[in-house]
Design a protein around this ligand. Structure first.
Ligand code: PLP
Length: 279
């Protein structure tokens, strides 16, 4: 693979970042993951907008203009012959002698790499467990501090399941790396409202737009695990998972343990629209 490090496109074996990088020592950095389908970048405006916001929230600026970053993304697709998969972008504050006080004026570290994987096609549905949400209080910022998410997803896998839904004060916040939804027996889609408790998903935003275009009913509010277990169906969204059905919550199967019609429909429409709008 060819990776991008601070202005250079290099083979991954040759890529180097300082051991004093604050991303490595303090998780002092922001990331974005964008999907690539048919060699094109999906949801660019959403991801670049959130990157700028996340950076701003931790006192950092954009490493280069949005246009330049798009060029780097496109160059990575080209150099890695990426037809379908993900582009990972990470911007950290830079390298400095270890100190909790953030030094000013560092040269940011900018890294990109690609991951080829099949993203489109039918999805069989995920089985999830619930776990306490032990993450920090600013989950709206997409920082590289992913230890809690990584721990709970690993726990789910060890239990033979696919993902973990995190619960705080009795309500589901989100999945380990995705936004969560249930569909009530009356056909209403429920997903948690935006706040500091969850990441404002770019896929979430598009799916909510599609839901309105399709004249489906939607309510943005927190829901419980019990409510999810009594729902007609459930699903999750994320940049490289699009709309993925959830077929089991803490051992209780939804829709007979198969992807439900609303999840399937939204998944199809989302892929169609995101293909059209990719760049
Ligand atoms: N929530 C969390 C915690 C995430 O890590 C992610 C994506 O990685 C999402 C939600 C979904 O966001 P997006 O649709 O922008 O990928």
């Amino acid at each position: 693979r060819i990776v991008y490090v601070n202005g250079a496109y290099v083979p991954e074996e040759e890529a180097m970042v300082s051991v004093f990088d604050r991303g490595f020592l303090f998780a002092d950095g922001i990331y974005e993951v964008t999907a690539v389908v048919d060699g094109k970048i999906c949801e660019w405006d959403g991801h670049i907008g959130r990157l700028e916001r996340s950076l701003g929230e931790i006192g950092m600026s954009m490493p280069m203009s949005a246009e330049e970053l798009l060029e780097v993304h496109r160059e990575m697709v080209k150099r890695n012959n990426l037809e379908e998969g993900a582009i990972y972008l990470q911007v950290t504050r830079g390298a400095a002698d270890r100190d909790f006080v953030m030094p000013e004026g560092l040269d940011q570290t900018v890294v990109l790499f690609t991951q080829a994987k099949k993203l489109t096609g039918a999805k069989s549905g995920l089985r999830v467990i619930s776990v306490p949400d032990i993450r920090w209080g600013r989950r709206d910022i997409k920082t590289v501090q992913l230890l809690a998410a990584s721990l709970v997803k690993t726990e789910a896998k060890k239990k033979g399941k696919d993902d973990a839904w995190m619960v705080e004060d009795g309500f589901v916040t989100e999945g380990s790396s995705n936004n969560t939804y249930i569909v009530t027996k009356e056909g209403k889609i429920i997903t948690r409202n935006l706040s500091n408790s969850i990441l404002p998903g770019i896929t979430r935003k598009s799916v909510l737009r599609i839901v309105e275009e399709l004249d489906m009913e939607i309510e943005e509010r927190p829901f419980t695990i019990e409510e999810a277990q009594n729902a007609a169906e459930a699903f999750m969204t994320a940049a490289t998972s699009f709309v993925t059905p959830v077929i089991e919550v803490d051992g209780v199967e939804l829709n007979g343990g198969t992807p439900g019609p609303v999840s399937k429909r939204l998944g199809e429409v989302y892929i169609e629209e995101s293909r059209k709008a990719s760049c």
